[in-house]
Design a protein around this ligand. Structure first.
Ligand SMILES: CC(C)(COP(=O)(O)OP(=O)(O)OC[C@H]1O[C@@H](n2cnc3c(N)ncnc32)[C@H](O)[C@@H]1OP(=O)(O)O)[C@@H](O)C(=O)NCCC(=O)NCCS
Length: 150
């Protein structure tokens, strides 16, 4: 796909980032207080040194995809682990190589920072994204367990 650029998110991008997260099925704010708190969370994410949000911009204006990154320390590793909490390509722009571009970006920044690996989780129901990750060389290396505390 042509006319696309990758760039780091700024505070001006917060509304669009929240929009992309809702598209992924993340909880929508229920009150104005939630909106404010979600905005603050994204703002902090953008500022923190161990985190990044990378956006894909189409035709210099439209944000069509994003990946969030956390550089994590592990107790038994001298190098960082690059963890990807969110990767989203807007539906209209899927299957055009945009997701691959973002993963390749993560690989190159991970190599720059001498990370030992990239890790992410993908829900059981996201069968299509499992194929995507396998196609890009990821191994399914474990199971993910969660317990709700709400
Ligand atoms: C999963 C997702 C990130 C993939 O991004 P994308 O831009 O559509 O994928 P790409 O076009 O870059 O595909 C890259 C490669 O994966 C393959 N691929 C993509 N989707 C696939 C699928 N459903 N089945 C098999 N292969 C697939 C492509 O064929 C392509 O291979 P190629 O390089 O040989 O052409 C995107 O579809 C998406 O955002 N989905 C909804 C949200 C989501 O599931 N996010 C992941 C949460 S864990």
């Amino acid at each position: 796909m042509e006319n696309i650029d990758l760039r780091e998110a700024t505070n001006n991008d917060i509304p669009i980032i929240l929009g992309l997260l809702y598209e992924l099925g993340r909880p929508k704010p229920e009150t104005d207080l939630d909106v404010d708190s979600f905005r603050k969370l994204v703002k902090k994410y953008i500022t923190d040194n161990d985190k990044k949000i990378i956006l894909v911009q189409y035709n210099e204006t439209e944000i069509i995809a994003m990946v969030s990154i956390i550089f994590m320390t592990r107790l038994n590793q001298n190098s960082l682990e690059l963890y990807i909490p969110e990767l989203i390509v807007r539906e209209k722009f899927q299957h055009k190589g945009v997701g691959k571009k973002l993963i390749n970006y993560c690989i190159s920044i991970g190599r720059e920072k001498k990370c030992h690996r990239i890790r992410l989780e993908s829900g059981n129901r996201r069968k299509e994204s499992h194929q995507f990750y396998k196609k890009l060389g990821f191994d399914q290396s474990g199971l993910s367990f969660t317990i709700s505390l709400n």
